[in-house]
Design a protein around this ligand. Structure first.
Ligand SMILES: *Cc1c(COP(=O)(O)O)cnc(C)c1O
Length: 381
């Protein structure tokens, strides 16, 4: 008898099998060229991203990771010790470490319980003379309505750096036109970590901007602040996108829209299943704001009181779920020096005890979703 297979939170192999040959061909091309750092493959991918995001040439800059994209963005904005950056405590660690690495202070703001994204009114209340940057995170694939506070931020000369690591391809309608995650503010940061919606076969990241001067500075900063070869105008990083990763990402970019569409269909199917199984008294599905093209990097439900128990029950039944994120950033040991305490951000803290991410990825079958949801029903019965 064959062993029952676990359904993982993410199975990358399902979407990959359809493009395996095409990716292999791209990798082979780079191997034959023996040009591995920057060069035409990176340039080509950057150009395709510029086209996709409707940016001018040279305004997309590949780099080594999403974490580096954030760090480079803040370096390019001259963030210094004493400066403050308003951001969310309910996100992946790298959002805040980019700030503290430069000696600046993350000023956390609680989140909106419906979208899990930063609460914009509370963000405005935290602005003072030290505030240099507003750093919203388009969490789990849903955009932050930055336009609501855009003018206010601009009038106070505060830069907007978007952490769009989880939202490449997400957008919202603003005044009738499409505003994409990453290009709503001054600088956008993407990650191509393998698990992201657009994922490489290793680490990778990208920074985008509409400001040509800033773009030129970012291009220097990713190669040790080099002006001409071996002449350094400032201290940058070694943070380049590999040619192999760029070639792979360029293949995957063509499929991104259809993969994101599939994620949305899977999300809609979860919602229907929760209705059909009458589960809405026990769990809260993620809410998608009006005019938002949520790309469901993660499908994160809320479970009152019994989250961990449910997670164990599902695992015992071969369904793997995950908690993003179990500990808010203001409660992390390494950020003790910021002097936050439990209770400072009640919504974010409550979410960390209630959220549960269910499997969602291209190639997930609706029959698998149904089996999973029926197990959730069984648990609550
Ligand atoms: C993944 C992620 C990052 C970091 O990206 P890496 O490529 O892993 O360095 C930053 N912020 C958020 C919100 C992320 O999800």
């Amino acid at each position: 008898m064959s062993e029952i297979k676990k359904l993982p939170i993410l199975d990358l192999s399902r979407a990959f099998k359809d493009i395996h040959a095409e990716v292999s061909e791209a990798v082979e091309r780079v191997l034959n060229s023996q040009a591995f750092i920057l060069g035409p493959e990176v340039k080509n991918f950057e150009t395709h991203v510029e086209n996709y995001l409707d940016l001018q040439p040279e305004n997309a800059i590949g780099c080594a990771s999403g974490s580096d994209a954030l760090l480079l963005a803040l370096m390019a904005l001259d963030l210094k010790p004493g400066d403050e950056v308003i951001t969310t405590p309910f996100t992946f660690f790298a959002t805040a470490s980019a700030i503290t690495r430069l000696g600046a202070r993350p000023v956390f703001v609680d989140v909106d319980p419906a979208t899990y994204n930063i609460d914009l009114n509370q963000a405005l209340n935290k602005i003072n003379n030290n505030t240099k940057v507003f750093l919203p995170v388009h969490l789990f694939g849903q955009t932050v309505p930055i336009e609501k506070i855009y003018d206010e931020l601009k009038s106070r000369d505060i830069k907007i750096v978007e952490d769009a690591a989880q939202s490449f391809g997400a957008w919202r309608k603003v005044n009738g036109s499409i505003a994409r995650a990453g290009v709503m503010g001054d600088v956008g940061c993407y990650s191509f970590f393998p698990t992201k919606n657009l994922g490489a076969c290793g680490d990778g990241g990208m920074i985008v901007t509409r400001d040509a001067k800033l773009a030129a500075r970012l291009r220097k900063l990713r190669v040790h602040g080099e002006g001409s070869t071996y002449y350094h105008e400032e201290v940058g990083l070694n943070s380049r996108l590999d040619a192999i990763q760029a070639a792979i990402l360029d293949v995957k970019l063509k499929y991104l829209e259809s993969w994101n569409k599939q994620r949305r269909e899977l999300a809609a199917n979860y919602k229907n299943l929760f209705n059909n199984y009458n589960l809405n008294d026990f769990i809260t599905p993620p809410s998608e704001l009006e005019d938002n093209y949520h790309i469901y990097h993660q499908y994160v439900i809320r479970v009152k009181d019994r989250r961990d128990e449910l997670m164990q029950y599902l695992e015992a039944n071969n369904f793997i779920t995950r908690v993003y994120y179990p500990l808010c950033l203001h409660m992390q040991t390494c950020f003790k020096f910021l002097n936050y305490k439990p209770g400072d951000f009640p919504t974010a803290e409550k979410l960390s005890s209630e959220v549960l991410a269910l499997p969602i990825f291209p190639g997930l079958l609706s029959s698998e979703q149904e089996r999973l949801v029926s197990k959730i029903k069984e648990f609550f019965k």
